[in-house]
Design a protein around this ligand. Structure first.
Ligand SMILES: [Zn+2]
Length: 541
């Protein structure tokens, strides 16, 4: 039996592919563009026609047998996959998103491979791609084809130029003011994001890491402390401030931390909306407005400055790695423990930190900073972030397919993750208290970014910062100090109370941790140290 393969002309295939891409893979783009233009205005119609004509011109230009089929297949595959994330989560595929996808771990990515993802990819990417591969292209003599192609491309370009010129002001305004809209267009947005990520990776591959804060040294209080000073820095994941009862949330999601009498800052913003941006930024010592990944990779970070001062620094990771931050320090990955009851399929509950921390605190002899990089509330599989004992808000959404759950079930599952993080943080503080005979301990916690739980149809995180909703940028910032730490460092915890609602951000982490360890260096900025107003100065400061 031979397969029936229809024969069509190259320009027909180009037109069919253009129509398919515009109509089937850009629902979210058209909805946003339509709103940005204020409805079906002449400018919107010109804009839409112009995009169609440009895409057609590109495909006709490529319409040489195998080239056209390869290009069309690739564009359909990219658009079919990308449109799933646009249409399902309202997610924009930008450079940061490509980076997150490339640097994520297998199990984390696995949560996105759901039945509805597979169905969407089959229907919108694989089947149309197979259809393109199946058709035979009508042979055409070179000159004949060239002339006919020009007869399509030239009018298409001229018409586009005419339409753009006629509505230039409106189109330019929308393209400039609504950059987020263009980031939804398939296939151009994912392709340009991937190209930009590729170029920056090549540019970064020969970066030299410059020393930073090499003048750092222990201040008088650290030097004269009777016991090793230990600060545990908990780098949170996807925890949004508004779901913490410490910040006034209607549900009791922080019972253990509230009982401990922690210091809580209610008004803290993140550096980015994705781990790949926020995490390096938090430890870089760059303020958000000055931060770039390239700059951060070009010089040492907080963990190195602490090392210069003689502090022992370790990074324990239960997430997707330190994003280069811990390259020069002691690093341990915790989520490859096969035998622990806390681990499953390459992912572990954050309780995995606690036994090791207990053992480590019992043997510490030097001043130490331990960074715990949590898995926290990472979605969409919120239900996998907490053990049954913390399944307090029910019914909870128990699938990675958030769209299949009512909003309340998504929020219930998410709130259980916060409740469990509350337990993990309180347990860290209790371990520091338990070992107060050996160490003077303190803990500082900030989440890397927040999360959208369906507000305005947006889920997960990673929105471009300029338009990111507060759900994604308002993060928790909590600290706990043991009595012996307060004594050794001259910290007056009650004095911090009036600062609870002060504006804080990831900009503060670098300087606050240096201050907490009484490390003195020219790269320390006291104005950004959240605790400085209530910490006694060292004699030599
Ligand atoms: Zn994150």
């Amino acid at each position: 039996m031979t397969l029936w393969r229809p024969t069509i002309g190259g320009r027909t295939l180009a037109l069919a592919t253009t129509l398919y891409l515009l109509l089937a893979c850009n629902a979210t783009f058209w909805a946003h563009a339509h709103a940005a233009f204020g409805g079906t205005t002449p400018a919107f119609v010109s804009f839409a026609l112009g995009i169609g004509l440009l895409l057609l011109a590109v495909l006709v230009f490529a319409s040489v047998d195998w080239i056209l089929k390869s290009v069309a297949t690739l564009l359909v595959l990219i658009s079919g996959i990308s449109s799933y994330f646009n249409d399902t989560f309202g997610t924009v595929i930008d450079r940061a998103m490509i980076e997150s996808a490339v640097t994520t771990t297998g199990p984390e990515a696995g949560h996105l491979i759901t039945p509805s993802f597979v169905t969407h990819v089959l229907l919108f990417a694989v089947l149309p791609a197979l259809a393109i591969l199946l058709v035979r292209l009508k042979p055409e003599r070179f000159l004949h084809r060239a002339l006919r192609n020009v007869a399509v491309i030239l009018p298409a370009l001229l018409l586009t130029a005419g339409l753009a010129a006629a509505n230039f002001a409106s189109i330019a305004y929308v393209v400039r003011q609504h950059k987020d809209v263009m980031k939804l267009l398939n296939p151009t947005a994912p392709i340009s994001a991937a190209v930009r990520y590729g170029l920056s990776t090549v540019a970064d591959s020969n970066l030299v890491v410059a020393p930073f804060g090499t003048d750092a040294r222990a201040g008088d209080r650290l030097k004269t402390a009777d016991k090793p000073v230990v600060v545990v820095v908990v780098a949170g994941e996807t925890a949004r401030a508004m779901n913490f009862s410490l910040n006034g949330y209607g549900r009791d999601t922080n019972p253990e931390l509230e009982a401990l009498g922690v210091v809580n800052f209610t008004n803290t913003t993140s550096c980015g909306t994705a781990t790949a941006v926020s995490l390096p930024c938090m430890f870089s010592g760059f303020r958000r407005e000055d931060y770039s990944e390239r700059k951060a990779r070009s010089r040492q970070n907080l963990t190195d400055v602490l090392t210069h001062a003689g502090v022992s620094v370790s990074w324990w990771d239960n997430n997707t790695g330190s994003k280069g931050i811990a390259n020069l320090i002691d690093y341990a990955r915790l989520n490859d423990r096969q035998n622990s009851p806390l681990c499953k399929d390459g992912e572990c509950l954050d309780g995995i930190f606690l036994d090791g921390l207990d053992r480590k605190l019992a043997t510490i002899k030097t001043d130490t900073v331990i960074v715990l990089h949590q898995l926290g509330s990472h979605g969409p599989g919120y239900y996998q972030r907490y053990p049954d004992a913390f399944r307090r808000f029910t019914p909870d959404c128990r699938t990675d397919e958030l769209m299949n759950c009512p909003k309340e079930e998504i929020v219930n599952a998410y709130d259980n993750t916060i409740l469990y993080t509350d337990h993990v943080l309180a347990s860290v503080a209790k371990l520091l208290a338990k070992h107060e005979g050996q160490v003077s301990g303190a803990m500082i916690y900030m989440s890397d970014h927040g999360e959208s739980l369906g507000e305005n149809g947006v889920y997960l995180h990673g929105a471009p910062y300029a338009i990111a909703p507060r759900e994604q940028t308002h993060v928790p910032f909590i600290a706990w100090f043991s009595p012996s730490y307060q004594k050794v460092m001259g910290l007056d915890q009650a004095c911090l109370l009036p600062y609870a609602n002060a504006e804080m951000s990831h900009d503060n982490l670098f300087h606050t941790v240096l201050g907490m360890m009484n490390v003195q260096t020219d790269v320390y900025n006291r104005d950004l140290d959240a605790f400085a107003p209530c910490m006694a100065k060292s004699v030599s400061q």
